[in-house]
Design a protein around this ligand. Structure first.
Ligand code: FAD
Length: 270
């Protein structure tokens, strides 16, 4: 986007008007946790107990929800440890004795869900002018643009969760709560601390791949339609976010694009 020219005023590769649009992320900041009774005689040695992953089970194999796509969970179980609250024993030998035990077990899981691509969810370079109080002004002579420490325009995000995402978030916490309760976990509590695009630190989609240069920024080889010697191989190429952690897919796409680029170079096509 910083490589804007007279040919591409909105940035290199922007002829489709999709550059910067369709930003996605994964649902985050929500899940359930509770207490697991028993196992007090169980200790962990060496490596910590493993975490768990529950793959997507909604909207597949005949399951149908009020929203599209789905989510998975990432979780783990822990002893409460030294920091647990033992208010009734908070002095003397009783406290020391109590803290020489590792505490009871808790279990928790956070949801990672798919956020859909919406053209109107976008990132852009903030080229607005601000006065000394931080208000946007239309007359450039009355203000200054915001720049980073290298003097480049700062990134702005204009994106929000929509109906599909809000419905899915409710289901993510409810399903985990039910699973824990059925499994015998006690005192199950859910949490949803809210989410803005970027909180899941899995941003993707802003240079989408596609078959048509009029509706996408990259072709199927991660090559910029408007400049075939430029390859974009990070999460920007994704057209949907799925619900899995994304980086292995980026690495696979990168390896594939690099092999293609070498072939094309050898053929003197780029
Ligand atoms: C705390 C955290 C936890 C995460 N956990 C997971 C996880 O468990 N699983 C998972 O799949 N993903 C995870 N992610 C997401 C994952 O880290 C990213 O998807 C991945 O690193 C993206 O890789 P990338 O190569 O596209 O970009 P980056 O890894 O961001 O690499 C971009 C590089 O470009 C450099 N750069 C930027 N601008 C310039 C410039 N102008 N000139 C030269 N160099 C430049 C940067 O310094 C950086 O080295 C996590 C992210 C965070 C922040």
């Amino acid at each position: 986007m910083n490589s804007a020219t007279e040919i591409w005023p909105d940035g290199l590769g922007s002829s489709s008007s999709e550059l910067g649009h369709n930003v996605m992320d994964h649902h985050y900041n929500l899940g359930a946790r509770g207490k697991v009774e028993g196992f007090e005689d169980m200790y962990t040695y060496g490596r910590r107990p493993n975490g768990f992953y529950i793959p997507r089970f909604v909207n597949i194999n005949g399951d149908k929800r009020e929203y599209l796509r789905g989510f998975g969970y990432q979780g783990g179980a822990n002893r409460e440890g030294w920091s647990r609250d033992v208010a009734e024993l908070n002095i003397g030998a009783n406290l020391k004795e109590s803290l020489s035990e590792p505490g009871s077990w808790t279990i928790g899981a956070g949801g990672f869900g798919e956020i859909l691509p919406y053209h109107d969810n976008r990132i852009l370079l903030d080229k607005r002018y601000y006065d000394a109080e931080g208000n946007v002004v239309t007359d450039p002579s009355k203000g200054k643009q915001k720049t980073d420490k290298w003097g480049l325009p700062i990134l702005a995000t204009d994106a929000e969760l929509r109906e599909n995402e809000i419905k899915m978030r409710k289901d993510i916490v409810e399903e985990m709560k039910q699973m824990f309760e059925i499994a015998g976990v006690k005192d199950v509590k859910t949490w949803d601390n809210g989410h803005n695009i970027g909180h899941g630190i899995h941003e993707m989609g802003t240079a989408r791949m596609g078959r048509d240069s009029k509706t996408s920024v990259l072709n199927g080889h991660n090559q910029v339609w408007d400049a075939l010697n430029v390859f974009v191989t990070d999460g920007a190429c994704m057209t949907s976010s799925a619900c899995q952690n994304p980086s292995l897919t980026y690495m696979a796409l990168t390896a594939r694009a690099a092999a293609y680029a070498v072939n094309e170079l050898n053929k003197r096509n780029i």
